[in-house]
Design a protein around this ligand. Sequence first.
Ligand SMILES: [Zn+2]
Length: 476
Amino acid sequence: MPEYDVILAGGHVLDPRNRLDGRMDLAISGGKVERVEPEIDHDLASEVVDVSGKWLMPGMIDTHVHVAGSHSTWDPALGYRMLAAAGTTTAIDFGGTPETLIDGMQRMGSGMNVGGLYVMVPGQTIPRDDPPPAEVRRIVSEAVSRGALGIKMIGGYYPFTPEVTATIIAECNRQRAYIGFHLGTKESGSRLDGLREVPALVGNGRLHVAHVNAYCRGSIKRPVEECEEAIQILTARREHYVSEVHQAVPNGTSGRCDLHGNVEADVARNCLKLRNYPTTADGIRQAIKDGYASVIREKDHAVVYVGGREALAMFDELETDCPLSFPVNLPATAFHLTTAKDRTGEFVVDAIATDGGSHPRNIAIESTMALVKFGALSPLEMATKLSWNPARMFALPSKGHLGVGADADVTVIDPAAGKATMAIVDGKPIMRDGRVLGSGGRLLVTEAGRKVAEASGLPFQVLDLTSSKLYAGYGG
Ligand SMILES: [Zn+2]
């Protein structure tokens, strides 16, 4: 009887927690890492996969994706395959409901570990935009018992008053539910002013600040000054926040206009203002004609950006309620915030995410590899931001590293091509050379969501968020 199911042989293992940075064989049995050593006898394994010349890091954990919820022009569940193709092994949805998440995994899952936050959309997922504290309490506890890991507020689209926002954060903290926030309230924008408001909203609590780079697009000060202020705000009270950056230039937003033809979403208005377009339906039409705005849509089972006539026709056909993308995320901002460290040498922003999934911008590995080639990050730092820190953010102690007993989730990277060539979950490939092999997936829930997870028929894992980085040392 062979001792191991598989040996990944001869790759360069990158494991920041266990300080592994060199050529190793990695032996896997029963979905767990059994041995990591420079030489393991290949005869001890049923299967040997030659990964010489490749980099092996703990599986990529994408802490901000979109695979659940609903969109008018595409099926978000397409994102499961798109993420696996990019090398992702674990993903956290930041914009749906547990029901749409589970349904998508069952229909189109790609074998990843997947958890999700419950998005607060007044009139759709919650009754109104001014819930009193007792109602907030009920919304949060119902969300986790339906299988969510916590709550996502999208202030750039459905802002609450600062008071209601603070109540939601405090209630999530009280229940130790995860709380992610796309910044913006009725008194601040989804910009640097939204970030300035955060310390007062959070008080002594805890918050995941979503895509910090998206608030440093140069709306208020020069982008580099916005980055410096963002870093100051985050480092001044760093135990209160976890955060992530994405590195794709195109964003995702909504073109929806009110009855007077005025653009509703703060995010879309900001994009138009950045290039001096009117914040109206005609402004969007002009931005599409000029090639500044694109429409996001499904085509041949993929999600793509389209421009020109096709985009204009869709914008009108959907009566403006149309997903749009603008090339507004500045590479210099992403670079600055990705690489910034505090005085103790810790990264200011914990993770690199994609804000992708079904948005066609799952480039975190490719862009981070470019930073490694540039010398801005070491290979171990790449693994820290793509896997080890994300594992800590979401209380996944057996992920994010490749120590003995860890889950055998591995992302294999071709350093010459600068992208993932294999994604392995529980010792089995879910993607090889861009081909997605996995299906279904493992649902990540809290104890409150156990019943729903059992009823889903999917394999599941219960997370204890009290031990997450978000709630580390939190006594409130
Ligand atoms: Zn997002």
